[in-house]
Design a binder for this molecule. Structure first.
Ligand SMILES: [Zn+2]
Ligand SMILES: [Zn+2]
Ligand SMILES: [Zn+2]
Length: 167
């Protein structure tokens, strides 16, 4: 995999536009399988399929697009089916919701709980994920200065990835 230079806080880098994406999908499914086995959770064929569809590309995907793709093989799939599967995947940390796009992306490094900081490319649509504790700490401290106690931080930035800048 051609990972760009990345600090330890990067959970999901921007990939080169040309890369073997089947590796990304296989990695994600393997990590999910392993974590479910460890935690005694069931990655049902449907949950697995929805995770695979979320990982179809590096672009965040909307629930109704997932439903449309799911229906190609499973014509009777209904919205609650997709939402229940998404809830499970969110809860297990396999995917994140990108609030500004109301869409979902796969997590590059699921496992322990973390709040993602997302970089969204307006050129190619890809999303990268950072998890920089220092950044969260600074924001929490500033918020405390206003007498505010932070429970959850969502940070999403839009711009251009390195590949799109050189185009
Ligand atoms: Zn990929
Ligand atoms: Zn993540
Ligand atoms: Zn881009």
């Amino acid at each position: 995999m051609s990972k760009p230079a990345s600090g330890s806080s990067v959970r999901r880098p921007f990939m080169a536009h040309e890369h073997n994406h089947s590796h990304c999908v296989d990695d994600a499914l393997e990590q999910a399988d392993a974590q479910c086995r460890r935690r005694g959770q069931r990655l049902t064929p449907l949950r697995r399929r929805v995770l695979e569809l979320v990982w179809a590309s590096h672009e965040p995907v909307k629930a109704y697009d997932l439903l449309a793709r799911l229906r190609e093989n499973n014509p009777r799939a209904a919205p609650p089916t997709v939402y229940r599967a998404l809830d499970f995947l969110l809860q297990e940390g396999f995917i994140h919701r990108v609030a500004t796009l109301n869409a979902f992306v796969g997590c590059g490094e699921p496992g322990e709980a973390h709040g993602g900081q997302f970089l969204i490319c307006t050129g190619c649509g890809a999303a990268a994920e950072m998890d920089d504790p220092q950044l969260s700490a600074i924001l929490a401290e500033r918020a405390r200065g206003l007498g505010f106690r932070v429970d959850h931080t969502t940070l999403e930035m839009s711009g251009l990835c390195a590949a799109c800048q050189t185009r």
